[in-house]
Design a protein around this ligand. Structure first.
Ligand code: DGY
Length: 324
C-alpha cells in the first residue's frame, strides 16, 4: 500500500514523530527558528499532509502544494487558514482544541495577578536594588478577589477562566459572546451583558475571541475609552483582535491602569514597539499553551488529525468552516 507523504514544519516530540512514521513517509524541519518560505515550498511540492503552526495557508502556498490534502495546526487558533481557498481546493484543515484549555486559563490568571499586584514590575525593582528607595504606596496593587471580570468571547477557555475566577477568587463574571451561553450561565454563574456594559463595568477585561474578519480590531479606541480608569486589560487570543496603537495610547495616557498581553499584532514583538517601555504592561511571548505536557498533547492530537485525514478516516478536529 502507498504510504502518504507528509512534511512536519516544526519540531515535535520523538513519540509523536514515531507515531507519524508508523503511518506516513515524512520529513521534518529540524532547525532552530521558523522555517523559511523557500524551504517550505520546496518541501511541500509533493506532500499530501502538512503539520505546522502559524504558517499562512493561503492561495500562494496551496499553488505550491498541488497534492496537499490536509493541513494540521498544532494550535487551537486557525486564523492562519484561508478557509475559502482551502475549501476551493478541497484541503482539510484541523486544529487542537480542548487539550490546552486549562493551561491557557492558568496563564491568563498569571497575567491578571501579575498586572494587579505588580509582580513583574516589583520583581525588577527588587533585583535592581530599588526596594529601599521606594515609597510604600508604590507597592500597592489592586485586588483580584471579589472584583468584576468581563470576558469578551466565552468559548471553552473563557469558561475555564470564569470557573477559576468564581471558585477560586470569588469574582463576579460578566461576559459578552456572539451567541449566548446559557449552559455556562447555569453551570458557572456567569452573567451575560452587552459589550458596552462588559467593558464599562469590569475591573478586568479579558479578550478571548478567535480572530476573524468580524473580530479584527474588535477592541479599538472607543472600546478603551469605555473602560474604567483602573481597569486591567488582558489579551490571550490573537494580537489583531485589538488595535495595538489604541492600546498603547490607553496605557500611556492612563485611560486604563494596565495590560497583560500574551499576543501582539506583530510576533515576535518589534524591539522598537512602545509597549516594551511601559511599566504598566506585562508582556509574554505567546506562551498560553506552553507547558511540556500540553504542547506534547497538542502535537499528538495534531498528528492524529493528519494521519486520520490521510488514511480514510474523518479527523475529529476539522475546523468548523471546512466541515462538510
Ligand atoms: C493556540 O493554540 O492557538 C494558542 O494561541 C497557543 O498558545
Amino acid at each position: 500500500m502507498n504510504r502518504p507523504k507528509v512534511y512536519i514544519a516544526k519540531k515535535i516530540p520523538s513519540f509523536v514523530e514515531e507515531y507519524i512514521g508508523k503511518h506516513c513517509d515524512y520529513e521534518m524541519y529540524d532547525n532552530e527558528g521558523r522555517i523559511s518560505e523557500e524551504t517550505l515550498y520546496e518541501k511541500i511540492k509533493d506532500t499530501e499532509g502538512l503539520l505546522q503552526s502559524g504558517i499562512a495557508i493561503d492561495q500562494k502556498l496551496l499553488d505550491r502544494a498541488p497534492k496537499l490534502k490536509v493541513v494540521s495546526n498544532v494550535s487551537v487558533g486557525y486564523n492562519n487558514f484561508d478557509t475559502d481557498a482551502m475549501k476551493q481546493r478541497n484541503v482539510i484543515g484541523t486544529n487542537t482544541p480542548e487539550v490546552l484549555n486549562d493551561t491557557v486559563a492558568d496563564l491568563i490568571f498569571a497575567l491578571m495577578l501579575s498586572c494587579a499586584r505588580k509582580v513583574s514590575y516589583l520583581d525588577r525593582c527588587v533585583k535592581e536594588g530599588r526596594w529601599n528607595m521606594m515609597d510604600d504606596k508604590s507597592f500597592f496593587g489592586k485586588d483580584v478577589h471579589h472584583a468584576t471580570l468581563g470576558i469578551v468571547g466565552m468559548g471553552r477557555i473563557g469558561q475555564d477562566v470564569a470557573r477559576r475566577a468564581i471558585c477560586g477568587f470569588d469574582m463576579n463574571v460578566l461576559y459578552f459572546n456572539r451567541t449566548r451561553k446559557t449552559e455556562a450561565e447555569e453551570k458557572l454563574g456567569v452573567r451575560y451583558a452587552d459589550m458596552e456594559t462588559v467593558l464599562s463595568s469590569s475591573d478586568f477585561v479579558l479578550v478571548m475571541t478567535p480572530l476573524s474578519s468580524d473580530t479584527y480590531h474588535l477592541i479599538d479606541e472607543p472600546q478603551f475609552r469605555l473602560m474604567k480608569s483602573d481597569a486591567i486589560f488582558i489579551n490571550a487570543s490573537r494580537g489583531a483582535t485589538v488595535n495595538e496603537k489604541a492600546l498603547i495610547k490607553a496605557l500611556q495616557e492612563g485611560w486604563i491602569l494596565g495590560a497583560g498581553l500574551d499576543v501582539y499584532e506583530q510576533e515576535p514583538v518589534d524591539r522598537e514597539n512602545p509597549l516594551l517601555k511601559l511599566d504598566n504592561a506585562v508582556l509574554l511571548p505567546h506562551i498560553g499553551s506552553a507547558t511540556e505536557k500540553t504542547r506534547n498533547d497538542m502535537a499528538m492530537l495534531a498528528a492524529e488529525n493528519m494521519v486520520k485525514a490521510l488514511t480514510g478516516q474523518v479527523p475529529p478536529n476539522i475546523v468548523p468552516e471546512l466541515r462538510k
